[in-house]
Design a protein. Structure first.
Lengths: 135, 210
């Protein structure tokens, strides 16, 4: 299984790595496994915290969705960093820039839709008046 | 052009990723291209999330999320998918180590956990339809089934892809092209888990609490 032309060690390329490839830990199996385990533990902790937030009465009720949203964003960050190995290192610049553009479009789509639809709902004529006009 | 190729040149690409040094290594091109595809897939999910958020109160007198969702099932589904994502990471380490046995074991565990997830989801959908809360009941339920069902379809497609990856590793060994495909598969599988984080938080947990 020798591949002379292709190095299985991504860091050998020096300047850029593919998304999903690990930058430093390649070759050091124990370190790589510890990285995944740490990601798993953090993800489980954040998931448990979200479920606890909903079931408890200790948190001010209108604040619960905000808390769940913050925990979800934190967990997505954990997944990106520990499972997909998207980091802020210079060899990851292209991957991070693509991700940033994707996040920008997602935010525009979601918040733009909510804003426009709330506005339309607000401006819509009440149903009773609409029925009166049709008479 | 070929005169520039010196004998002492490194076999790996000299691309720096900043527009210098010629074409990048093929693994980077494949991975980056698939990363762009995944981001566009995530944008499609964002539009489904937007539709769900807009319609989440349009229950048309029917049941709301608070009455329908069973958080116990959702917690088990979440655990399955998270563990599956972790084991998929173990599989990519096994591929790096060129270990056929551990690659197959890890991929089998990944697949079984993914299958458990999808069966639980089908069971949940069947339960909702049986109690008259199918996708035709209200706009809220239509957008719910579209969003969660679309994620479920992605997981199903991922399971089929996983099966073909296991067969390819088994029949052809750790060839370069097959490892490129596996890089794409692991990106896909981890991305599905990230989307599920958004679903269980924003659809189920917020739906039950509000």
């Amino acid at each position: 299984m020798s591949n002379a032309n292709e190095s299985s060690n991504p860091s050998a390329h020096g300047h850029e790595i593919a998304p999903g490839d690990e930058p430093e830990a390649a070759g050091d199996l124990g370190k790589a496994v510890r990285g995944y385990l740490l990601g798993l533990v953090l993800a489980i902790a954040l998931t448990a915290a979200s479920f606890w937030t909903v079931s408890t009465h200790l948190i001010y009720a209108p604040g619960v969705p905000v808390a769940v949203l913050v925990l979800a964003i934190a967990q997505m960050g954990i997944h990106l960093a520990f499972f997909l190995h998207i980091t802020t290192a210079p060899d990851n610049t292209n991957n991070v820039l693509a991700l940033a553009f994707g996040v920008l479009i997602c935010c525009l789509v979601v918040f733009g839709s909510l804003w426009i639809m709330a506005n339309l709902n607000h401006n819509m004529m009440p149903m009773s008046e609409m029925l009166n006009m049709q008479r | 052009m070929s005169a520039a190729m010196h004998a002492n040149e490194e076999p790996v690409s000299a691309a720096k990723g900043h527009g210098e040094g010629g074409p990048a290594d093929r693994r980077i091109i494949v991975g980056y291209g698939f990363w762009i595809f995944l981001l566009s897939d995530v944008i499609m999910f964002a539009s489904l999330f937007a539709a769900f958020a807009v319609l989440s109160n349009a229950t048309s007198g029917g049941p709301s999320g608070r009455e329908l969702f069973d958080l116990r099932t959702v917690a088990v589904e979440t655990g399955c998918l998270l563990a599956s994502s972790f084991v998929c990471g173990m599989a990519s380490l096994a591929v790096q180590q060129r270990s056929q046995k551990w690659t197959q074991i890890a991929l089998l565990c990944t697949g079984l956990l993914g299958l458990t997830f999808i069966l639980l989801e089908i069971h949940e959908f069947a339960r909702l339809v049986a109690r008259g809360a199918g996708p035709t009941r209200s706009a809220f339920l239509s957008s719910f089934f579209t969003l969660v069902g679309c994620h479920g379809l992605h997981v199903t497609a991922g399971l089929l892809w996983l099966g073909t990856m296991m067969a390819q590793f088994w029949a052809k060994g750790f060839r370069q092209t097959i490892r490129y495909r596996f890089l794409c598969f692991s990106l896909f599988w981890h991305a599905l888990d990230i989307i599920w984080v958004a679903i269980f938080s924003l659809v189920y947990l917020v739906g039950v609490s509000s």
